[in-house]
Write a protein that binds this ligand. Structure first.
Ligand code: URA
Length: 241
């Protein structure tokens, strides 16, 4: 709780500085758009500013030991008002170097999955449970996940996605806190909820790189996601294989 309050304070301080910067650049007011009552695809400038503030707070974060070994923080990136939010485990080597989520081999496969769904990476938001790379890509510890989760929760509150896709066991563990011995193979494909947002657990793209057969199951899960969004996948010869 203390850590969450600290993060919130940092975010508010960063937001204040950001707004003061805008003011010093001559901005006198921030136009607010009324939210559409049914399809809420509008995004106010404050939403982007809020996401930027979270990214700044993540960049300054020293709540756990990972700040000592990280190259860049990886807050996540994409559309500020997405229908879909993909959540993975933690940055790997490529992500740590570039400061962007899912840009390595697993990321390329995620891009294929997104495109097979008839979307582009820019249409969705992509983030992780952890914002910093664990050394040698080891599994995040429960303490690291607890300390980092408030950043993702704050992002979700601003993004207001229609659906969250949890990629792999760590994303499911971080967001849903299931029993410690849960199996992703039992949870995948079944709708859950995080902070009122429907959540679909599925396999992580890295697992798909090692287990080709599991791609068909992920594709079933993504078709269910599309159905809930009222979308149909574009016609194509195969799936994301
Ligand atoms: N694996 C993840 O879980 N996230 C990334 O950003 C890259 C690989």
């Amino acid at each position: 709780m203390h850590a969450e309050r600290q993060i919130l304070n940092d975010i508010l301080n960063d937001l204040e500085t950001y707004l003061e910067d805008l003011e010093s650049q001559g901005l006198k007011e921030i136009p607010m758009q009324p939210r559409a009552s049914k399809v809420d695809s509008s995004v106010g400038p404050l939403d982007s500013a809020g996401l930027e503030s979270i990214a700044v707070a993540v960049g300054n974060c020293r709540l756990c030991g990972l700040h000592r070994t990280r190259t860049k923080t990886v807050p996540g990136q994409g559309c500020p008002h997405p229908e879909l939010l993909f959540v993975g485990e933690a940055p790997g080597e490529d992500e740590d170097r570039q400061g962007m989520a899912f840009v390595g081999r697993a990321g390329q496969l995620l891009t294929k999955i997104i495109e097979a769904m008839g979307l582009r990476r820019e249409d969705v938001f992509i983030a992780n449970i952890l914002k910093c790379r664990p050394p040698n890509n080891r599994r995040p510890t429960p303490e690291e996940m607890d300390l980092c989760l408030p950043y993702l929760s704050s992002q979700i509150a601003l993004l207001r996605p229609k659906i969250i896709v949890a990629l792999g066991a760590t994303a499911v563990a971080g967001l849903l806190r299931p029993e410690p011995d849960f199996k992703i193979s039992h949870m995948r494909g079944k709708w859950r909820e995080f902070d009122g947002v429907p959540l679909m657990p599925t396999y992580h793209p890295s697992y798909l790189l090692r287990n080709n057969a599991a791609k068909a199951e992920v594709w079933i899960d993504m078709q269910n996601v599309l159905k809930k969004l009222g979308r149909v996948p574009p016609p194509r010869s195969g799936n994301a294989g």
